[in-house]
Ligand binder design. Structure first.
Ligand SMILES: [Zn+2]
Length: 417
């Protein structure tokens, strides 16, 4: 007999964006098997009862752009100069912190050590290290593909186009076993001043990446602030597009046309963190204020056009540590005009689709994987509740209890309840 849990007395937010409703949820093995107003006596008799009084049951949160490999969490700050062995331990540490904060799946935003991320994916999946369901990403290919973690953003004007090396990069990353290969199609002003709108790859280089990715069955992810970079991503079938800061109306329309095949992570978390960094206030070349102002214009248009926007605000830096990830949901509401239901849907249903598991992940629905949170209070009226892990009375991943408030476990007789 597999593990069986029956969660009773909770308001259920199912992930679709529909209003919450009271229901009982039965989990057997790794799956949700019933969501009903009253699960019948025969089915409930072997289940352990979890009391959801005063709480909301919802799908586990899914993050679309986090860097486990950058190593900083709310518990530990990484200087990013550790020896490699310590960096590997930090990837595992970051995974555990994600899970503690209710993030049961992560679509990685890139890692300096992709082999270590692939290993972490295995460790988390097999359950011998605590961590989220993970899709692993390459290191971030910068123009000229110098070396991992090297960000110089030289652009395309003063270097020869080199599609062959880009193709080799994609093949090398596929050999390691990553799910996604990431290209920095634009620069990044927060790293090298004034480069966010400078194109970093030629058309034929992105074409070569796309061809190799197709051959090897990996997806491409684009770091793309500028309209030009976003259009290149769209042209060559990039699946996840990050930032989209300076999209003009033409580019917004192209994204809306492509809405069924792309996901967009506009990364408000890192912008918020940089704007509020008192220790190192942003300099002019970082374009932080412009980035903020522009993305707040762009995202509501994408949202109105039905583009699947997902949270994931570039967490993992010291200034923007892992563990703060749920702040993106608040910023989706306050900056982009999402309702709380829409913000939660972005983190659950759309997250499941981003993980390419939309038919079994991201909803509270029979047949779906039991990645579930029991949240004290009502996050559908106040998404900030999710920023405090103490509000998570239960974290279940794949039908296993990772965390449970002992007072929620009840020995009450389930039959006929
Ligand atoms: Zn990033």
């Amino acid at each position: 007999m597999p593990n069986s849990y029956l969660i009773v007395n909770a308001e259920v937010f199912d992930g679709t964006g529909s209003p919450s409703a009271p229901a009982e949820v039965l989990v057997e093995g790794d799956r949700i098997v019933a969501v009903e107003s009253h699960v019948d006596d025969a089915r409930r008799q072997d289940a352990q009862i979890i009391d959801g009084r005063g709480a909301t049951l919802m799908p586990g949160l899914i993050d679309g752009h986090t860097h486990l490999g950058f190593g900083s969490t709310v518990e530990h700050t990484s200087p990013r100069t550790e020896p490699d062995e310590e960096k590997v331990l930090l990837i595992a540490h970051c995974g555990r912190v994600m899970l503690d904060h209710g993030f049961t799946s992560v679509y990685s935003g890139g890692n300096r050590m992709p082999q270590a991320e692939v290993s972490a994916r295995k460790a988390f999946a097999e359950g011998w290290m605590p961590g989220p369901r993970l899709l692993a990403t390459s290191w971030e290919g910068s123009a000229g593909l110098v070396s991992p973690g090297h960000y110089d953003f030289p652009g395309i004007e003063n270097r020869p186009s080199d599609p062959e090396s880009i193709s080799q990069f994609v093949h090398a990353m596929a050999d390691i076993g990553v799910n996604m290969v990431k290209l920095s199609l634009s620069g990044e002003s927060a790293v090298v001043a004034g480069t966010s709108r400078v194109l970093q790859f030629t058309d034929e280089e992105v074409a070569a990446a796309a061809e190799a990715a197709q051959q090897r069955g990996v997806w491409l992810t684009a770091h793309a602030h500028s309209a030009e970079a976003i259009q290149l991503a769209l042209k060559y079938g990039v699946r996840a597009i990050y930032h989209v800061t300076f999209a003009d109306d033409e580019t917004i329309d192209l994204m809306i046309e492509a809405k069924d095949r792309i996901f967009v992570a506009p990364t408000p978390g890192i912008i918020y963190a940089l704007l509020h960094d008192e220790e190192h206030p942003p300099t002019e070349g970082m374009e932080t204020q412009e980035t903020h102002d522009s993305v707040r214009q762009v995202v509501p248009k994408l949202h109105a056009g039905g583009v699947r926007l997902v949270p994931g605000g570039d967490y993992g830096f010291a200034v923007n540590p892992i563990g703060k990830n749920a702040r993106d949901l608040q910023l989706f509401v306050e900056w982009f005009g999402f309702t709380p239901h829409e913000a939660l849907r972005a983190a659950t249903q759309y997250g499941g689709q981003l993980m390419n598991m939309g038919d079994e992940l991201g909803l509270v629905r029979p047949g779906y994987i039991a990645d579930l949170l029991l949240v004290d209070g009502d996050p559908t009226s106040d998404v900030t509740l999710l920023q405090n892990k103490d509000n998570l009375a239960m974290i279940m991943t794949g039908g296993s209890l990772y965390k449970i408030d002992p007072s929620r476990r009840t020995t009450a007789v389930a039959v006929g309840a």
